[in-house]
Write a protein that binds this ligand. Structure first.
Ligand SMILES: NC(=O)c1ccc[n+]([C@@H]2O[C@H](COP(=O)([O-])OP(=O)(O)OC[C@H]3O[C@@H](n4cnc5c(N)ncnc54)[C@H](O)[C@@H]3O)[C@@H](O)[C@H]2O)c1
Length: 350
């Protein structure tokens, strides 16, 4: 299985394979960069179809974490762990503890947290074996509330830039996905006076959103066609693609979903349609900021202030994209790369 010649290989500093015969642990940790600090990124557990697929996921996701931490000005680099296995049937205490021991052996080069297939409760188990885990039930735990708050601020910044509006009263937002992040985001939006249109594959959160904050329910496939100001993808990646672009009426795209652009060129396609895109990894960094500062002794209020600063970062990106006539997604990457080259890190210790 070639690694260095994989398309997703991006001069990652280290790729480590770990296994434990007794518990059945098979994991891959990709450390993309420690230039700004220890590599931080969640641990994903999934029944990958092949080892190749698991390696690709680790390479791709760890690179994304480097960019997300850099642009959020965190004193961390980017890394990601993947555990190969079905989290519903193969996740045991023994496996999680073996994973924790493996992390400990890396002596802090990589710090883990929850991700798809792992939970806050799992991190409580992992930490029995290592100092290098975050996101516990007695700490910041679930990162979703901070992510939702960050996306709310991203929408505010984008609406101000594109619509010249300092508040969200009467602004129409179409939210795709009412999960951990989407539901809380819609709650914030409705409280700020926005008119919220919602969809989900599950009926229950849709009914609750209608009941609790007067959201308008639409069918999953209709969400792209609404006459709204903002489209907020909070479910899946790749929803900005050749099929959906022509359907969007929104002039702002800002949501929590990772990898919203099906391909990099769709960032430019949005710009050409005069749709302002809040790059996903900038808008959805609230959870990472929360987890990053969990052990640093800051109050929740201080952390929320840091999450709020996502809007300042976005305003800089929007202004530079306008000045250079370039897609916001391209500017975000450039800004992150500049920060990486400078190797500068935020002043607050990890
Ligand atoms: N949770 C976080 O802190 C966080 C941080 C960064 C990025 N993200 C990203 O944000 C997105 C949402 O995260 P989450 O934690 O809320 O996930 P979640 O699983 O809790 O919620 C996703 C919701 O989307 C719904 N959904 C799935 N497919 C859909 C479709 N085609 N149309 C409409 N609804 C659909 C699901 O039913 C579910 O309710 C994901 O892409 C995730 O990777 C989350």
């Amino acid at each position: 299985m070639p690694v260095f010649s994989q398309p997703d290989f991006d001069n990652h500093e280290q790729i480590i394979f770990g296994s434990d015969g007794e518990s059945g642990l098979r994991c891959i940790i990709a450390i993309h960069s420690t230039r700004r600090g220890p590599a931080l990124g969640g641990c994903r557990m999934r029944a990958y179809a092949s080892e190749d697929e698991a390696v690709r996921d680790a390479l791709r996701l760890s690179r994304g974490m480097t960019y997300k931490a850099a642009i959020a000005d965190l004193p961390f680099g980017g890394g990601k762990a993947v555990i190969i296995g079905d989290p519903r049937t193969q996740k045991t205490e023994a496996l999680l503890r073996a994973f924790g021991r493996f992390l400990e052996s890396l002596d802090g080069r990589y710090i883990t947290a929850e991700d798809m297939g792992t939970t806050v409760a799992d991190m409580d188990v992992v930490r029995r074996e290592t100092r290098f885990a975050r996101g516990f039930s007695d700490g910041s735990g679930n990162p979703s509330p901070a992510t939702a708050f960050g996306v709310f601020n991203a929408i505010r910044a984008a609406v101000e830039h594109r619509l010249g509006r300092g508040d969200l009263r009467g602004v129409r937002v179409a939210a795709q996905g009412l999960g951990n992040v989407g539901y809380r985001l819609c709650d914030y939006l409705a409280a700020a006076g926005a008119q919220v249109f919602v969809t989900d594959l599950r009926d229950e959160p849709v009914r609750r959103a209608v009941r609790e904050f007067g959201a308008h329910a639409v069918a999953p496939d209709d969400i792209y066609d609404l006459d709204v100001d903002v489209f907020a993808p909070c479910a899946l990646g790749a929803v900005i693609n050749d099929d959906t672009l022509g359907r969007l009426h929104a002039t702002v795209v800002a949501g929590s979903a990772n990898n919203q652009l099906a391909e990099a060129r769709h960032g430019e396609a949005l710009r050409r349609r005069n749709i302002l895109y809040a790059p996903d990894y900038v808008a959805n960094a609230g959870g990472l900021i929360d987890v990053a500062y969990e052990n640093a002794g800051h109050s929740q209020q201080t952390i929320l202030k840091m999450v709020e600063s996502i809007s300042e970062t976005l305003k800089r990106i929007f202004a530079r994209a306008d000045a250079e006539n370039v897609a916001t997604s391209v500017i975000a990457d450039r800004l992150a790369e500049e920060k990486l080259r400078a190797g500068e890190s935020a002043t607050i210790a990890a």
